[in-house]
Design a binder for this molecule. Structure first.
Ligand code: ZN
Length: 213
């Protein structure tokens, strides 16, 4: 993943990475460090802000998530400022979302717009929450452009991933997973509906002739 972002990502939140794209890494796994969640059938992502750096605190999980440190905006603060500009009428910040599937494996979930930011109490401290919505541009672009129709939208991937419980539907393996078109794309199968997409391991994916993504 992320080769196209031109950087090895260490942080979950990356406002205008190298002056270009804003990128976030999310995880819905039960033991993920942050409480990210998906709502409205995959169209909305509620993303938790990030804790104070370990170098600045003995126990980051006990402290309010910072907006700034030493007078400099943190990633939380940069994202919050982007929301404020959007509310003032600017274009929304577009955010590329990658999801952690397992260690070292990430899947691209598409481009979301950053539209809302608030603080809420979580285990006796304040955390940032950000609301991101799937871009309409992405959905219409995929619906119009047949060549790109094989790219499975984020909302569909998230629905399928949860339905299939993050495992190959044939052998329940959790290694080397792929999204597979049940009716192949080349035979007219859609990428846009969850009913035509399933999770397969590499072995079972390869045993089908059509290679997807
Ligand atoms: Zn399998």
């Amino acid at each position: 993943m992320c080769a196209e972002e031109g950087a090895s990502l260490q942080r979950g939140m990356n406002y205008r990475l190298k002056g270009k794209n804003t990128v976030i890494l999310m995880s819905l796994r039960p033991n993920a460090p942050y409480a990210d969640r998906v709502e409205e059938n995959g169209k909305v992502l509620i993303y938790e802000g990030h804790d104070v750096a370990r170098s600045l605190s003995k126990n980051p999980k006990m402290e309010n998530q910072p907006r700034e440190v030493n007078g400099k905006l943190t990633q939380n603060g940069l994202f919050q400022a982007a929301v404020a500009r959007y509310k003032d009428g600017a274009q929304p910040e577009l955010v590329r979302v990658y999801e952690k599937v397992r260690d070292g494996i990430w899947t691209y979930n598409g481009i979301f717009k950053l539209v809302e930011c608030w603080n809420e109490e979580s285990e006796k401290r304040d955390v940032f929450k950000f609301r991101l919505e799937v871009t309409d541009e992405q959905i219409s672009w995929q619906a119009q452009d047949l060549e790109h129709n094989r790219i499975i939208p984020a909302s569909v991937k998230i629905t399928v991933w949860r339905r299939d419980k993050a495992a190959c539907v044939i052998c329940q393996s959790k290694d080397n997973l792929h999204f597979d078109h049940i009716i192949p794309f080349s035979k007219g199968g859609s990428s846009l509906i969850a009913e035509n997409i399933q999770v397969l391991c590499a072995r079972h994916n390869l045993s089908k002739r059509d290679k997807i993504e």
